[in-house]
Design a protein around this ligand. Sequence first.
Ligand code: PLP
Length: 421
Amino acid sequence: MRFETIATSGFIDLEKQNHTVSTPIYANTAYSFDSVQYAIDLFDLKIGGDIYTRLSNPTNDIMEKRIAALEGGVGALATSSGMSAILIAVLNITSAGDEVVTSSKIYGGTYNLFSKTFKQFGINVKFINSDDLEDYEKAITPKTKCIYTESIGNPRIKVADIEGLSKLAHKYSIPLIVDNTVPTPYLCKPFDFGADIVVHSTTKYLSGHGNSMGGVIVDSGKFDWEQSGKFDMLTTPDESYHGVVYTREFKDAAYIVKSRTHLIRDLGCCQSPFNSYLTILGLETLHVRMERHCQNTMKVAEYLSNHPHINFVIYPYLKSSPDYESAKKYLTHGASSLMGFGVDGDGRKFIEALKLFIHATNLGDVRSIITYPAGTTHRQLSDEQLKLAGITKDYMRASIGLENADDIIEDIDNAIKVSRT
Ligand SMILES: *Cc1c(COP(=O)(O)O)cnc(C)c1O
């Protein structure tokens, strides 16, 4: 099946779901066991099946299978938010004393998780200030367990060299984890360029309507954990499941099975089936929404590029963008709806004069949203960290919605005038 077909109707089993055409919400906690032996086999991971909604749920299952298929992976795990997806994706293959290499220009929430909370766990994350693969390579040590990147960085909207980073990771027998939230699998397929694990905040484009928190981890199934020799937690017996060895028992799906049976079991950050339901509704129009998001954003980006009172415009599909070549390589159809620009005027007046844009910290909503990173998402960062993250005081990050593009442009135009009074 092709992308649009999977997105709208993948993995529906009409018989199993009482012939309901829309996916039902299974709002239950537990599942009955047919026999004691059945329960024993479930708990020993000898057979697959539902035990308790913290571990799995039929509504979540449909969402996980659809997203896994859209990304081209072997399996997925739904989590309560993008942050918990990132937490589990990394913890699944790291322990105290291990290291992770990433860019300093990543999403502010991930930066905090990596720089503060992971430090508490004894996991040391090295932040690279350049996009130079040599700098990444210099940071890799025998303790490094993965490279982590964002396909389109949020908020500086940088397109990652996924192919270069995955080759580098594989040279050192470690996987590449890619946060693919901003382009979604409709625009970017990290697995096609060698990435091993993908994470998403489904809160954004995948659910698409700004109404449900969620995250998902997708496993490509391609990384050879045994050959690498660096991942005991996947290749040696897990005592909490009677000595199961994930790579032996679950082969290609070892990583994603362990993330469920071990980490979501222990950390408990599962997704509510209701949120999965909302995300499934979002997936069903993903390809249509992304097309229009891209068209509208391109129009706005082109308009602002020629505006006398705009200091700069960042949008990878602009021919003038330093990322144009990599955008064409990694992103099909368009560069999503995240764009940045600098207003030559009073930033505060600009934000407050916008009428159509909603001032909020979100993206991937059907409505246009404006975020002022220096004043909100990146407030916790010091001046030095702000500089490294590439956030200037005039920097506005916009997520362009599905309104009429001319109305969006008029709204920005008016606000620029007010910002200069
Ligand atoms: C929003 C976001 C996250 C965090 O996701 P939540 O669902 O808010 O926890 C992670 N990465 C990127 C790129 C994001 O935009």
